[in-house]
Write a protein of this length. Structure first.
Length: 630
């Protein structure tokens, strides 16, 4: 490893890494130049009589679990003058960081009284701060450490980079990366994964990959894990899975449970059930099936890939379950339209003495809203803060708006939004707008759109919903006006996109798609298919197609090549009879495709599982699990 006190800062290399200008880096590096090594780097030692007294004081911490208990020990700490002893303060801070974060301020207060804290002490406080709700304090402390001429070591950087990640402080993170390079620590196995995490949390996935690619020792499971997680968290599941395959191709590289968590969440994002099942087998074969987190990720994966039975099986076979595991299963039932099962499970969870958290309640409220259980939903929402002391968040409010909206209680929904202790967000208004659309309330819809436009004017979805509402109500002048407005504001529609996984490959289709290599065959097939469906009663629902000068036939043709129909047709063509067809769509499924899917499930005797932006639709024997309620 190069000397820690390397010569001139290599700003060019830093700039290449971080994308910062050399000038900016010059500033960052010059304020961060190391001067001389730290005075004490040894293990904390306790000596003499005082040492014994401190030892006794510290041993009091063993059973201390609450801040009240800690306050009693605080008096002893001050009485025995513990703040005069650096190693004791270090241990106290470490205790607070990991066990009792509420007491961290007091520990830091003692740290402030030490005249010349060493690197270990600085590192410990930075580590503590990085875990708090105000991680940026670790970065300030790092700067202070540099000012006091202390040289950061390979424990300092992971702490401060973790803090940058938690605070999404990209500029600071980049400057620290510069210093890492400057000190020649850019091949350090402890620091590199935290650099990747920092860039990933700041949504700089390309920078994260650059760090990963330049690793001298890339064959480190930890770095692979960091990069795979970075992709998964930044919604790039394909890249995550590609890297996972690369990882498997390396000999002596064994995935850990952390790898599996990210791989499973990528499968969930893609709706890639086959790959998810393969990972499940891997989990069983390699003894990860006792890991609560892995099992919870499996439940989530199966639920999001449309297989609620597999999710339930994993849940039932879990040797032990924690709150996230219960929540995952409740959410799974909820998004599959099994509202009653979700609520029964919630009752069972409470009987078993498990405490629900905010995710559990999301599942519970979602279950109520998608099953039309208005009274129950209201009751559970109230119990959140009253019984469990959980403050509802924006997503819980969203569920409530959805609950009222779906049940057609639009005025109550509107009142609820306006009575909130926070300023209503776009998502809340959009939930209400969707409800107006479903119930055909154009007047309230227009009103809601006004609220949305106060916040944001450029989202095509709102215009499309409003325009479709007006179209369904036959208000073609309004439709025309909305189209004109969209044009003036330069807004284009987000294209509908549906995907289907066949033999481990994910095929994507866009509405009206002529791009897919098989599009010709598919269009031909859909033409035939629609005629077949008509024989058993399917009527294309052209009410929402803007009809400027379009003939009825043309309108039908626009509907016919919607992305979800293309994906389903592709599934019919490329899977053996009787296989379940699983499709994922980026927007809400349209009414016509919903109706067509029901008929296809009947005529072709296929189960179709369609995941749209909001929920799952299970089509079987001509009906859908949502009961037309979506
Ligand atoms: Zn459609
Ligand atoms: Zn449905």
């Amino acid at each position: 490893m190069p000397s820690l006190l390397s010569e001139k800062p290599n700003t060019k290399r830093v700039a290449e890494f971080t994308g910062m200008s050399e000038w900016q880096l010059g500033m960052a590096v010059s304020t961060a130049l190391p001067c001389h090594p730290p005075s004490s780097l040894g293990q904390p030692k306790l000596e003499g009589q005082n040492g014994q007294a401190h030892q006794r004081t510290l041993s009091l911490l063993k059973g201390c679990k609450t801040i009240e208990e800690f306050k009693q020990i605080q008096a002893v700490i001050i009485k025995t003058n513990l703040q005069s002893d650096v190693p004791s303060v270090t241990r106290l801070i470490r205790f607070c960081s990991f066990t009792l974060p509420d007491a961290l301020d007091f520990a830091v207060h003692l740290f402030e009284q030490i005249s010349q804290p060493d690197v270990i002490l600085f590192n410990t406080v930075m580590g503590g701060y990085a875990r708090t709700s105000c991680p940026i304090r670790a970065v300030s402390l790092f700067a202070r450490m540099r000012e006091s001429d202390l040289l950061p070591d390979h424990y300092s950087f992971p702490s401060v980079l973790k803090a940058c990640a938690n605070a999404t402080a990209l500029k600071e993170g980049e400057a620290i990366h510069g210093l890492v390079i400057k000190l020649g620590l850019d091949d350090n196995v402890y620091i590199l994964p935290t650099l990747i995490n920092m860039y990933a949390d700041c949504e700089q996935i390309l920078s994260a990959r650059k760090v990963f690619d330049k690793m001298p020792e890339r064959r480190e499971v930890v770095s692979f894990n960091s990069m795979i997680t970075a992709y998964a968290r930044n919604s790039q599941p394909n890249e995550a899975l590609a890297l996972f395959r690369e990882m498997q191709a390396c000999d002596d590289m064994k995935p850990t449970y952390v790898t599996l968590l990210s791989v499973l969440s990528s499968c969930a994002l893609l709706g890639a059930l086959q790959l998810g099942k393969w990972v499940h087998e891997y989990v069983n074969k390699n003894g990860f099936d006792v890991n609560v987190k892995v099992n919870t990720a499996l439940i989530d994966m199966y639920a999001k890939c449309g297989s609620i039975d597999d999710a339930k099986q994993v849940f039932d076979q879990m040797p032990q379950r924690d709150t996230p595991a219960w929540s995952a299963m409740i959410v799974a039932f909820a998004i599959h339209g099994h509202g009653r099962s979700a609520l029964l499970l919630f009752e069972e969870m409470q009987r078993k003495g498990m405490l629900p958290d905010n995710i559990t309640f999301l599942g519970v409220l979602y279950a109520c809203s998608h099953t039309g259980l208005v009274e129950e939903g209201r009751r559970y929402f109230d119990s959140m803060s009253r019984v469990y002391g959980i403050e509802p968040g924006i997503k819980h409010y969203g569920c409530m708006v959805d609950l009222y909206g779906r049940a057609g209680l639009l005025d109550e929904a509107y009142e609820f939004v306006q009575s909130l202790p926070i300023k209503p967000t776009l998502i809340l208004w959009r939930t209400l707008l969707a409800a107006c659309a479903v119930h055909g309330n154009v007047e309230l819809g227009k009103h809601v759109v006004d609220h949305i436009f106060e916040v944001q004017r450029s989202h095509s979805g709102d215009y499309v919903i409003l325009s479709n509402m007006c179209a369904a109500a036959g208000r073609w002048d309004d439709v025309k006006a909305i189209r004109k407005l969209m044009k003036e504001r330069g807004i284009t529609k987000v294209p509908g996109c549906s995907s289907i996984e066949i033999d481990n490959a994910v095929h994507e289709f866009f509405s009206g798609d002529g791009e897919h290599p098989h599009s010709r065959k598919l269009h031909g097939m859909l033409d035939q298919l629609v005629e077949q469906l008509k024989l058993v009663g399917y009527v294309p629902d052209t009410s929402q197609v803007y009809h400027a000068d379009m003939e009825e036939e043309e309108k039908e043709a626009t509907l016919r090549y919607h992305s979800e129909k293309l994906a389903i047709a592709y599934g019919l063509l490329n899977t053996p009879p009787g296989t379940t067809i699983r499709v994922v769509k980026n927007l809400r499924v349209c009414g016509d495709c919903h109706s067509a899917a029901k008929f296809i499930s009947l005529v072709f005797n296929r189960e179709i599982v369609l995941r749209d932006l909001n929920r799952f639709h299970h089509f079987r024997n001509g009906t859908c699990s949502c009961g037309e309620y979506w």
